[in-house]
Each structure stands twice: as C-alpha cells, then as structure tokens.
Design a protein around this ligand. Structure first.
Ligand SMILES: [Zn+2]
Length: 159
C-alpha cells in the first residue's frame, strides 16, 4: 500500500482510498454523507452522518440531533441504530460515519461504541468506516466496533 501523507503526518495503515472499497461500502458511506445533510447541530455546528447496513442488505441512516439541554442530544450512530432496531433489525454487518474534521477521522464517541458493541453479538464484529464528506480523493479509515472498544461493558447474563 502506498503511503499517504497529510499535513506531514503518515496515515494509519488502515486508511484506504474510497475507490478501492467494495461498492456496498461506498454506498454505505454515501448514505451516511446524505444523512449528515440532515444534522441538527446549531450548538456545535459539527454535523455527523452515520449509516448501518443490516444483514438483509438494508441501510438505516441517521444524523446527530442536538438539544439546548445538551445531555438530551443524540449522535448520528445511535440515531441510525435506533431506527434499525425499532424496525426489527438488529444484525448489523457494517457501519459508516461521515464528518468533517481538519485532521484525522471522526470515529464514534464512547457511548456510541458501547451502544453498537451491544449488537456485535457473540463477538461478531461490525466493520466501521469513517470518512469525510469532501477531500478528494476520498480516504476512509477502516476499523471495527470491537477494535474501537475491545473490552466493552457486558452483563454476564448468559447472552
Ligand atoms: Zn456518539
């Protein structure tokens, strides 16, 4: 893999070019980017979009929704997951997150990592792709929910 330098820093080897990813992953990133356009973020002005693909091939997307009572806000990842789960879809096979930061990629916050890890059932990991809406050629951080949160909280309830 060729090394890519951004702002003088070498990329993480898990960063890949968008064009090299499967069409299904590209579609998921585009869905997350489209959802980002719906973000309600008047306080942070930091728009985030997320999309989850479920085992039946469906895509559920979401944006961050802020609130003047800050704690009532919800992230894009949990918005997307709540939409899927409330429609009876719990088996997630991929997740995409799109946001714009100058440096680095936007990965899920701690709460969202825990929230998604709940559905990495029986250690079945969920690939996660973090991308930016601009910056061509588009580059994508390829990770997974369990890589981001390797020792999540879990009740020993025989699940
Ligand atoms: Zn979050």
């Amino acid at each position: 893999m060729s090394q890519i330098y951004i702002n003088g820093m070498r990329d993480d080897p898990s960063v890949r070019e968008y064009d090299t990813l499967d069409a299904s992953v590209q579609e998921l990133i585009q869905a997350a980017a489209a959802a980002r356009n719906q973000a309600y973020c008047p306080y942070s002005n930091f728009a985030v979009g997320a999309a989850l693909r479920t085992s039946d091939g469906s895509i559920y997307s979401g944006c961050n929704i802020e609130n003047s009572a800050f704690a009532a806000s919800i992230c894009a990842e949990r918005t997307a997951a709540a939409k899927a789960i409330s429609e009876g879809k719990r088996e997630f096979i991929a997740c995409a997150v799109v946001a714009q930061q100058e440096k680095g990629f936007t990965t899920p916050c701690g709460i969202c990592r825990q929230f998604l890890a709940e559905f990495a059932i029986n250690g079945k990991d969920i690939p996660l792709y973090a991308a930016k809406p601009t910056n061509l050629p588009l580059r994508v951080l390829c990770s997974s929910v369990l890589e981001l949160l390797p020792k999540s909280f879990s009740l020993d309830n025989g699940k």
